[in-house]
Design a protein around this ligand. Sequence first.
Ligand code: COA
Length: 332
Amino acid sequence: MNFKKISIKAFGRYVPPRVLTNDELGEMVDTDDEWIYSHTGIRKRHISTGENTSDLCTKAARQALQHAGVAPEDVDIIIVTTSTPDYALPSTACLVQSGLGARKAFAFDISAACAGFIYALSVAEKMLRSPHYRNALVISGDVLSKIVDWSDRKTCVIFGDGSGAVLLSAAESYTDESFLISEDIHSNGDKAMSLFCGYKGVSNPFCAYEPGEGDKFINMDGRAIFDFVTRQIPISVNAALEKAKLGLNDIKLVVPHQANARIVEVVAKRMSCGMDKFALNIERYGNTSAASMPIAICELLETGRISLGSGDKYVLTGFGSGLTWGSLVIAM
Ligand code: COA
């Protein structure tokens, strides 16, 4: 036996209370509910009115710990995935550690954009194979509203703020069993500029770079991303299933990154399966980046479509800036 049984203990989520509807967006830019819903499947999203990423992440993590009945002092590892950290340094994970009072934990961020939850689950699971760690918190959270250009109708209608967390635990006994059955994870830095925010220019006493107005915001080639992910995600899901020696019929539900309902429709069609195999809640949240998967899972737990401890198998699949993408086959 090489490692202790690693399982999912509990999930948590938090979204800021302020809801922004498509009709309200129609008063801000030249758009309307009909266009937004028909092109994305989104009706509304939650927007921060002051809370930053660490605040959202701390609340989601606290809920996961409460659901698991685990004290903050018993957490060994905290991983936050975010594209909108509170500060360039320290990491958001260290701020969350302080907010939770998880004194024993070590904390760090992972940058993999909307695929962050997939990347971090994989990393945390590998770390829990070590005999030294018992409990790991993986938290994805973003306040995308602070990097969205609110005068650009092509991007401001898509994103929302939110966070989701999961607590993973290693048991006492060595059984070599893990909730993570297989994974298929990729990056393609050649496509980095199809979705980016910020600027590469260096500014110091020896060279001057003046950021432009647009440099502060998300820049996105929506069509290129749509085409890329609708090709790659079916391949990735099938690769993960193949490694798990499972077929789609063995899977209760695919929980995709909630980027655009139309992307999921194309993926479902390319995988020759019905939309009922895919969890979708983008209508109420927009694209909350890597938090979208744990938020969706929390809703599925609340409605009984997912039951923790059941052993039922699910596929998580995500993609984002980088470009990054990947799929996990997991057992609940
Ligand atoms: N309201 C009204 N019209 C809009 C609009 C809006 N919010 N946004 C774009 N348009 C217009 C464009 O200006 C364009 O008009 P034009 O033909 O007169 O120039 C037209 O709609 C088509 O624009 P286009 O960008 O080609 O639309 P699309 O069908 O590709 O849909 C996205 C745009 C962004 C919804 C779609 O490309 C997409 O979802 N891509 C993936 C993005 C994504 O998932 N990103 C996150 C990855 S984690």
